[in-house]
Design a protein around this ligand. Structure first.
Ligand SMILES: Cc1cc2nc3c(=O)[nH]c(=O)nc-3n(C[C@H](O)[C@H](O)[C@H](O)COP(=O)(O)O)c2cc1C
Length: 150
């Protein structure tokens, strides 16, 4: 399977997540590429079997850049599966409703990509670190995403 992982990041945490996913996929024999959303056009991301999008939460939602990337990708990529990862401050530090994965899903909803799961990972401060045990959490999420793909 060919996987394309696209992330947005301000402080590097989503890049770490994307790279960890890439390594985990390659370790079980898949092809996996990681791209910063600022370095790839939707047309260039075409042709994957699985997409994973990883985004920070900014003011309760995904940043504009990744939302517009997802909208455009949904127009050019007609088939495939996708999963979403969002980082956020831990519960209690921000009581605004979190709409990050929901809005990413909505940005993709005009296309035909199939949603295979969403995961939130806590970020202990604005710039990190990620919550303890995030690697294991991500690996079991990835296993459940892969198990759901025919
Ligand atoms: C401008 C800005 C707004 C943010 N707003 C929120 C927010 O509304 N809710 C939240 O949980 N975290 C918020 N955060 C914290 C981010 O979730 C955290 O910085 C991010 O997950 C770290 O990921 P990154 O290193 O990949 O950028 C905000 C961070 C920035 C820089």
């Amino acid at each position: 399977m060919k996987a394309v992982i696209v992330y947005q990041t301000t402080h590097g945490n989503n890049r770490e997540i994307a790279r960890h996913l890439g390594r985990a996929l390659r370790a079980i024999g898949h092809e996996a590429e990681c791209h910063n959303v600022h370095d790839i056009l939707p047309e260039e991301a075409k042709g994957a079997d699985l997409y994973i999008f990883s985004s920070p939460t900014h003011i309760g939602r995904p940043p504009r850049k990744i939302r517009s990337f997802l909208k455009s990708l949904a127009r050019v990529q007609r088939d495939g599966d996708y999963a979403l990862v969002a980082t956020r401050m831990p519960d209690g530090k921000d009581d605004r409703p979190l709409r990050t994965t929901e809005m990413m899903k909505r940005a993709l909803s005009k296309g035909q990509l199939r949603h295979r799961g969403s995961l939130e990972i806590g970020c202990m401060g604005l710039s990190g670190p990620l919550e303890e045990g995030w690697e294991k959490k991500l690996e079991s999420f990835l296993a459940s995403v892969l198990a759901g793909i025919d």
